[in-house]
Design a protein around this ligand. Structure first.
Ligand SMILES: [Zn+2]
Length: 295
């Protein structure tokens, strides 16, 4: 009985915290396009709680992630938003990684004449899965590709396995902006992104990202108040992962994975971060997989 009571109390507290955030989100329009301050043509397209970057140049547009999973008109709405900003053609659509919540909805871009580009493992997976809402890439990238369009340079970089095994880091060297999806949450506790993450490789990945030359990161999910990420955010996520990993490693090696750890794991230091309650179990389960199972 006392255990049940504690669980209910925790749920009640979580709901109390969640309520204002939900109320706030309800007031936001479903779709918004904003220009990134201090840039000539870098924009963020947001649909609900997903977002992606597009770059307008004098010779055309480079778009990324359609973010239209479960949103049948989302791809076309994204194209329409771009058309409100420019009459230049959409030349490219680049996938950040293979997860459908970010890349479903590319047909409208393909119909508009865009060339669809992804990491080679994204293409392999998509060809196997044949998701009816996700366009198969026209071109696959290995470790690096540089796109130059209308005076803008965009690097597509594969830095190893992380949140997925198909993530392309997109870097605008002149603007010192990177677009990185899901691996480095901004101002939030990790959640579903942990389901199939490669935990150890992700630490190496984040270290490589920190070593690169950039100042602002556009995340695939909006940060608090829509702020962009910084290297401090990347360092904070790395620290959080190292702490969670070390703690669960100990418990796993004491034979406590899965049930006990999944139920009891806490990181009080991070309790005020959005997504904390919902994310704890995801993080615990993944590290139990690693240290308690060897996966
Ligand atoms: Zn993802």
């Amino acid at each position: 009985m006392p255990k049940t009571f504690v669980a209910c109390a925790a749920t009640a507290i979580a709901l109390t915290f969640a309520a204002p955030a939900i109320a706030q989100q309800a007031q936001r329009p479903q779709i918004a396009t904003t220009k990134v301050e201090g840039t000539e043509g870098v924009y963020i397209f947001r649909n609900g709680n997903h977002q992606s970057m597009f770059v307008v140049t004098k010779d055309g547009v480079i778009a990324t992630d359609p973010v239209a999973y479960g949103r049948p008109t989302g791809g076309q709405q994204y194209v329409d938003e771009i058309k409100k900003v420019t009459d230049k053609p959409i030349k490219y659509l680049i996938y950040s990684h293979h997860h459908f919540d970010h890349i479903a909805g590319g047909k409208a871009f393909k119909d508009a004449g865009a060339r669809v580009i992804a990491h080679k493992r994204a293409t392999e997976r998509l060809k196997g899965l044949k998701d009816p809402h996700t366009v198969i890439p026209d071109e696959s990238v290995g470790d690096k590709k540089v796109i130059k369009l209308g005076g803008t340079t965009l690097e597509l970089l594969y830095l190893g396995r992380n949140h997925s095994d198909s993530t392309l880091v997109m870097r605008l060297p002149k603007e010192k902006i990177v677009f990185i999806v899901d691996t480095i949450p901004v101002g939030a506790f990790p959640g579903r992104g942990f389901i199939d993450i490669y935990p150890l490789e992700t630490e190496t990945f984040i270290q490589k990202v920190i070593a690169m030359d950039w100042e602002r990161m556009i995340p695939g999910h909006p940060g608090p108040g829509d702020r962009l990420g910084t290297k401090d955010d990347a360092k904070a996520v790395l620290t959080l992962m190292q702490e969670a990993s070390a703690e669960i490693k100990k418990q796993a090696q004491d034979g406590k994975c899965w049930d006990a750890v999944e139920k009891d794991f806490q990181m009080p230091k991070y309790a005020t971060l959005p997504g904390y309650q919902a994310g704890l179990g995801m993080v615990a389960r993944r590290y139990c997989g690693l240290w308690g199972r060897g996966t």
